[in-house]
Ligand binder design. Structure first.
Ligand code: DX5
Ligand code: ZN
Length: 249
């Protein structure tokens, strides 16, 4: 059994992790573990890191906010202990404020919460930041971009969902592209700094479109985990994303 870290050391290491997450250069591919072999979890993490993953994405689902149930702080802690790269924890749960501290203690670097679950988004984002973590705000495909405009200044990142959340392996929703462009426009207009992330149906066919539209972080589940070769999948996604920026920027 591992010792419980002191509050001071926990905050200090969280600050270091936040710095690590912020120092990551774009485009960044974040493999999502949702479809991996959980009977060999640490091996999967090692394989992904050896294949070039520079961060990982964990999908926490509660069976209420989304129609699927995955894992909670115990598994997140196990992943963070095994991983050497920063871990983003995507909370698809109702009342995320109730368990936020558990995910911080588990070792998350980035916490992503859904606007649809929050009565006071600014306060939640500030709480995440006050724990020394990067605060990302996600929005579902049916949620209008304007629903989050008011709090963009409190976001380290915005995660645009490009599928209905709940399951891996779904098809990319093309309506995502105009949302990404709207966030880029608003960020420029107000001179904000949040990073733009996209999650759902990201593969070799769709990543360039999202990169061209402004995405910088790309969550990739099935396109990496269901491939025969993690390294080839990650590097081809990274290259396609980078090519789409360099052609059009
Ligand atoms: C969906 C999750 C995604 C999922 C992505 O609710 O938020 O992170 O793991 O999987 P793919 O890339 O297969 O759509
Ligand atoms: Zn996700």
């Amino acid at each position: 059994m591992s010792a419980t870290p002191s509050k001071t050391s926990t905050v200090a290491s969280a600050v270091a992790l936040r710095t690590t997450a912020e120092a990551i250069v774009s485009p960044l591919i974040l493999p999502a573990l949702l479809l991996c072999d959980f009977s060999h979890l640490s091996q999967e993490i090692e394989n992904l890191e050896q294949a070039g993953a520079r961060a990982l994405h964990l999908d926490v689902m509660d069976g209420h906010f989304v129609p699927n149930l995955t894992y909670g702080p115990t598994i997140v802690e196990a992943v963070c202990r095994s991983a050497t790269v920063p871990v983003e924890v995507h909370l698809m749960i109702e009342r995320p404020e109730d368990t936020l501290a558990l995910y911080q203690r588990a070792g998350a670097s980035v916490i992503t919460v859904h606007i649809e679950t929050l009565s006071d988004p600014r306060s939640m984002l500030n709480q995440i930041r006050s724990l020394g973590l990067s605060a990302h705000l996600a929005l579902n495909p049916k949620t209008d971009v304007h629903a989050v405009f008011d709090v963009l200044d409190a976001c380290d990142g915005v995660l645009v969902m490009s599928v209905e959340p709940g399951f891996g392996g779904q098809a990319f929703l093309p309506g995502t592209l105009h949302k990404l462009r709207a966030f880029v426009e608003e960020r420029n207009r107000r001179q904000l700094k949040f990073r733009l992330a996209v999650d759902g149906g990201i593969d070799q066919k769709t990543i360039g479109l999202t990169s061209h539209a402004g995405a910088q972080w790309f969550v990739a589940g099935s396109s990496v985990i269901r491939s025969d070769n993690y390294a080839a999948a990650i590097s081809s996604l990274e290259r396609l994303a980078a090519d789409a920026i360099s052609i059009h920027s």
